[in-house]
Design a protein around this ligand. Structure first.
Ligand code: SF4
Length: 296
């Protein structure tokens, strides 16, 4: 895995990022971040009382049509930083009482983040590291992080690969994400929560898309195979940020009935280790403003 012929993620672009070539994700050869701050809108065992020390990385290897963080995933807003600066940001978040370091869509930077985490740990970083990802990860790249990541927080977006092709421009989302999930579970083992805060394990997120309950039920049924080892976070916060002519169903919000149907289905499958959302979660105000770089 190197940046001279980038094969960090399953897209395998083979571009030379060290010579300024850009692959699908458009990530440069340095770590690029849009923002870091104490974030309180994650699952309670991640945000806790003080907040999660969240670092939002610019650029994304998936770039879904309905992305809520479009400014950073596709417009690539952000600032390049060195590995030393990355390590210092982790330590600054810890000093500000973050419960963990939450790396949001870190995939294009895995080798650089690995160096940064090793450095930060040498300098005294002790809080858990959360790897927060679209789920479209290469197993070999995840293996390279083995021992450095305490908590994996992957999405599992689609069961039907045709949806991955329509909305995320990939043909093999299910198979790739399934193998990645199994590697994550292998690395961390079962979820451990102490004093209401997660210490290790895997929480899988699934965002219900409007008019797609059937696919979501298939995702939840698939995830139920791992129900003794993982937590599942079933989300209804879909927000139609950009209107699309091609897939008009994405211009809606998720109806209460649709979400209830999915939650009832999860209960029927015996899923008990789960997070669900209540109230008005589909508001743009929950989405950070990336137009101005912010630290803490
Ligand atoms: S990390 Fe980016 S450049 Fe590298 S293979 Fe993935 S999409 Fe392509």
């Amino acid at each position: 895995m190197n940046l001279d012929s980038c094969n960090i993620c399953p897209r395998n672009c083979k571009v030379n990022r060290n010579k300024g070539e850009l692959g699908f994700c458009m990530a440069p050869n340095k770590i690029k971040i849009a923002r870091y701050s104490l974030h309180k809108w994650e699952e309670p065992c991640i945000s806790g009382k003080n907040g999660s020390g969240t670092i939002f990385f610019s650029c994304c290897n998936l770039r879904c049509l309905f992305c809520q963080n479009y400014d950073i995933s596709t417009n690539n807003i952000g600032k390049e930083i060195t590995i030393e600066e990355f390590a210092d940001i982790c330590l600054e978040l810890q000093k500000n009482k973050a419960h963990n370091i939450n790396l949001v869509t870190p995939t294009p930077y895995i080798p650089l983040i690995k160096e940064g985490l090793i450095l930060a740990k040498e300098k005294g970083l002790k809080i858990p590291i959360v790897y927060n990802t679209s789920g479209y990860e290469k197993v070999e790249s995840l293996k390279d992080l083995d021992g450095l990541i305490d908590v994996y927080l992957p999405d599992f977006k689609y069961y039907d690969n045709r949806l991955g092709e329509k909305f995320s421009n990939i043909k093999n989302y299910f198979e790739i994400s399934k193998d990645a999930l199994e590697e994550m579970i292998r690395q961390t083992g079962k979820v451990v929560i102490k004093n209401s805060l997660i210490q290790k394990g895997v929480i899988v997120r699934h965002l219900l898309l409007p008019k797609h309950v059937i696919d979501s039920k298939n995702v939840i049924k698939f995830l139920s195979k791992y129900k003794d080892k993982i937590y599942i976070s079933i989300m209804n916060q879909y927000t139609p940020i950009r209107k699309t002519e091609k897939y008009k169903e994405l211009n809606n919000i998720v109806e209460e009935d649709e979400y209830d149907e999915l939650i009832n289905y999860a209960c029927d499958l015996g899923i008990t280790k789960a997070f669900i959302q209540e109230g008005e979660t589909c508001k743009e105000s929950f989405i950070p403003d990336f137009n101005e770089f912010r630290g803490i």
